[in-house]
Ligand binder design. Structure first.
Ligand code: COA
Length: 261
């Protein structure tokens, strides 16, 4: 598979590193980048050997500085709707892939960049990162999920504060409000991301996928449906080979050997 605007490498542990690679445009999301991400996220969801993903941006200045404003400026209303739906579906594909993903936010994450980071399972930020939804400053609104995921992550009041003023927050402020999970020096960002994924991936893959699905169902459908889903997912996890192995290993006072079944 070849990509023109992203780099895609999978390491021996099954972690895919996806780098948005347009540093001269601060990694802005053109239609071509979204098309590459679509292919990449399909691989992540579909290939069993890929167990997790890290997303980052090329260079030291930007994760992704937004949707490509040059392209946006030329859209008719109907094209803009299609543009938003297409990006939303691509990001949702990653979010619902049942595999953990990390946004390694190595600089500006603005507009579509923050929206992409929020579609990842967790976000780790470099100290120089700046995160925001500045769309209103351009006379438009977020179209890749910003109005939906930001309030789910930081609460309605803080989300509206960011969405209405359009000003970015620093990495430290993003951590304080729960928008990012940790702030680390830029040179340590990828290692930190890999280390966290290493801990998650030591656990049974089916359990990871079911936890992610249960959180997604509950947050989007409400607690009654979420609890019903959780009980069914719990039953599924308990009946997997890994579920039996994990509980048996605890009782036998040894480390579990998960086979991914
Ligand atoms: N779309 C298209 N091009 C973008 C872009 C975007 N979202 N963000 C940055 N670029 C381009 C700039 O036009 C510039 O290109 P040029 O060298 O051909 O003129 C290049 O990337 C470097 O950006 P520049 O603005 O010169 O860097 P800076 O350090 O002065 O400012 C930002 C950095 C992030 C503050 C500024 O680029 C910015 O505000 N970008 C837009 C952010 C935004 O509104 N995103 C939401 C879009 S919906």
């Amino acid at each position: 598979m070849s990509y023109s605007h992203i780099l895609f490498e999978v390491d021996a542990g099954g972690i895919a590193l996806i780098t948005v690679n347009r540093p001269e445009k601060l990694n802005a999301l053109s239609g071509a980048v979204i098309a590459d991400l679509h292919q990449a996220f399909e691989r992540i969801a579909g290939e069993r050997d890929i167990r997790a993903a890290i997303l980052t941006g090329a260079g030291e200045k930007a994760f992704v500085a937004g949707a490509d404003i040059q392209e946006l400026a030329a859209l008719s209303s109907l094209e803009a709707r299609e543009f938003a739906r297409c990006g939303q579906q691509v990001f949702r594909m990653l979010e619902t892939s049942h595999k953990p993903s990390v946004a390694a936010v190595n600089g500006f994450a603005l507009g579509g960049g923050l929206e992409l980071a929020m579609a990842c399972t967790v976000r780790f930020a470099a100290e120089n990162a700046r995160l925001g939804q500045p769309e209103v400053k351009l006379g438009i609104i977020p179209g890749y999920g910003g109005t939906q995921r930001l309030p789910r992550l930081v609460g309605r009041g803080r989300a509206l504060e960011m969405l209405l003023a359009g000003d970015p927050v620093t990495a430290a402020e993003a951590w304080r409000i729960g928008l990012v999970n940790a702030v680390v020096p830029q040179a340590e960002l990828l290692n930190y991301s890999r280390a966290w994924l290493g801990k998650a991936l030591a656990n049974a893959p089916a359990a990871l996928g079911l936890v992610m699905e249960a959180v997604d169902v509950g947050l989007n459908a409400g607690i009654e449906e979420g609890l019903r889903f959780e009980a069914t997912a719990f039953a599924v996890s308990a009946a997997t080979d890994d579920g039996r192995e994990g509980t048996r290993a605890f009782l036998e006072k040894r480390k579990p050997a998960f086979a991914g079944k």
